[in-house]
Design a protein around this ligand. Sequence first.
Ligand code: SAM
Ligand code: SF4
Length: 326
Amino acid sequence: MIYDNHNRPITYLRLAVTDRCNLRCFYCMPEEGIRYLPKQQVLTYEEMERLVRVLARLGVSKVRITGGEPFVRVGLMPFLHRLSETPGLTDISLTTNGVLTAPHVSDLAKLGVKSVNLSIDTLDRERFHKITRRDELPAVLNTLDALLSAGITTKLNAVVMDGQNIDDLVPLTELTRHLPVDVRFIEEMPFNGEGSHYPVLYWTHTRIVDHLRAHFPELTKLPDSPFSTSAGYQIPGHQGTVGIIAAFSRTFCGTCNRIRLTAQGTLKTCLYDDGVLDVRELLRRGDTDEQLTAAFLRAFAHRPATGFDAEQNRTTVTESMATIGG
Ligand code: SAM
Ligand code: SF4
């Protein structure tokens, strides 16, 4: 196990397999004018497999596949299959918008994919269309059904957006009454490809909890799980749970065990940093596994303590979450 300079173990990699997407969620990317990476700048599956092998030898045991939308990249399922054979890797999970996912769910279950995070900000078709700029809610709901039928642990991600989906907070929470899902409300972060929408974040963790408590007075805080970014809550008698991810308030940095690799092979040791290592460059100039390992270890020895520290050195303020992977 490798520990960073703040004594936090590094065990969790979030791997963006593409920056491309079939939705245009307004909090993530602009509607038009997106400049996707040229194909040759995106890591190949073979390169990603090698990096995961190197990181698994350093103690990374969990990989979450994200993007962009992972299922828009051709060859994703065979890649996951090969990845599942990586020695030391015990948990492969996925974050998806659910538009193309349903037909693959039974194969994901066979592969042993532990959990899927499905992004769904609203249960209202018109609002979904407005937020994502695509009319795809029925496909996403289909994926939700398929995941639950396959017995895959399912978390629903909803970004909380002032003036957009506040009326959905209660209906989304209501899903936990009869479904074994974890509905997670995420504070909006300023990674929409254009800069922040709001000068100050109105829907903070505290405000979201207050809003939910007004409708569900019995909402009870659950004990914190180690390394989780989500603060858990439950309503007595409900099958599922509610989580709140203080992604903007950043109250979880003290136990952060995660690193990120973007689709172009940039290592981020904090969600709010600018990228600390061009791993693609090292791969393509022919570095050995030992050299890659040494480069990773150097980066882990210089992690910022918090997202606020990382942000101070940040120059890119117009980054899209689709290039970071969430
Ligand atoms: N396309 C997939 C999806 O939407 O699930 C995976 C990539 S997406 C970037 C990963 C997660 O980041 C999603 O749950 C999405 O809602 C969240 N996200 C995107 N932009 C965000 C933002 N500006 N603030 C907070 N969460 C955001
Ligand atoms: Fe695509 Fe996911 Fe970004 Fe929405 S949040 S635009 S689905 S990458």
